[in-house]
Design a binder for this molecule. Sequence first.
Ligand code: FES
Length: 362
Amino acid sequence: MHHFHLLKTVLVKKETNDSIHIAFEVPPHLRHEFSFKQGQYINVRFIFGDDDLRRSYSIVNAPTEGNSQIEILVKHLTDGKVSTFLNNELKLGDEVEVQAPMGHFYTHYHASNEKTYVGLAAGSGISPVLSNLKEALYQEPKSKAYLFFSNRSVNDIIFRRELDNLVEKFQGRLQVIYLLSREKHFEDELFEGRICADKLEQIFSRYTEIPVQEATYFICGPSEMIKDISGYLKNSCKVPSLQIMYEYYAAPDDDENAEMSDEFKAIPNLESMVTLIIDDDEYSFHLNSKKRNILDQALHDNLPVPFACKGGVCCTCKAQVMEGEVFMEKNFALTDDEVERGFVLTCQCHPTTNVVMLNYDV
Ligand code: FES
């Protein structure tokens, strides 16, 4: 279930100066394994020399658009080896190692719903938000969607043409409002700057037809933006948490030194026998609770553990605790319900009992 498959590129197209739109063809024998939900992501893997590099990219297309292709958008990051390769060297027809879609940044749609969906996206955060809004519009003929999308400048607007086409296609049901953070382009100050709580308050007072408390929100962008606007929606607008979905790009900056947290210092210093169940096989190793996390030790021992971000964001390394207890340092990916059911992110876990068993297959 954690295997990578070689998928061929059928689209490699510059989207903006620093981003590329890629589509992979899913051959018929993999369509079941690669069937996806709106807002999910895939992991890609590249072996560069001794480095096994994995990256997660959100799927841009919507399930209703078909299951024969998976599209992603890759923003070029300075010093990003994978994003540099994908932006500068990937060609049409190249094969890339891709893992089946995963993630839970989505809600369920029903044809009888008459709802309002609000997308709040910054830059490449558009991908999973767009996938969700498209699916909502395809699946729910009576629902409406608003997208507030911030980019640095007009030339940086990702998927501008597709978005404008969608506005026409779903006439009266989709509104796309662009905000620009580094270019004065519009007459109206409302459309200048980034999306933040203050900006959202102004947006709501302008777009009074949005039923703020009843709407469902999809947020994807930098961590400060997510924290700011999800806090505003919950605390000031009293939007129920279940209606606010967000997806992090990367771990929040202020968590970089989290291994030094007081909670981590307080865990017992002990030797543990850790057993991992991966694809029906069992692997065991000794691990000191204060040393490496469980995923790093497993990788050090060359075990076939699934991973991508190693930062508590992507959820690829998720496993369920079957025996013993672990301390999880960060979690930006699991839902409260998953945590209650004993799921953990193994890239963030240290054993806190002498025996620990984790199952990756659930
Ligand atoms: S590898 Fe991404 S959350 Fe652990």
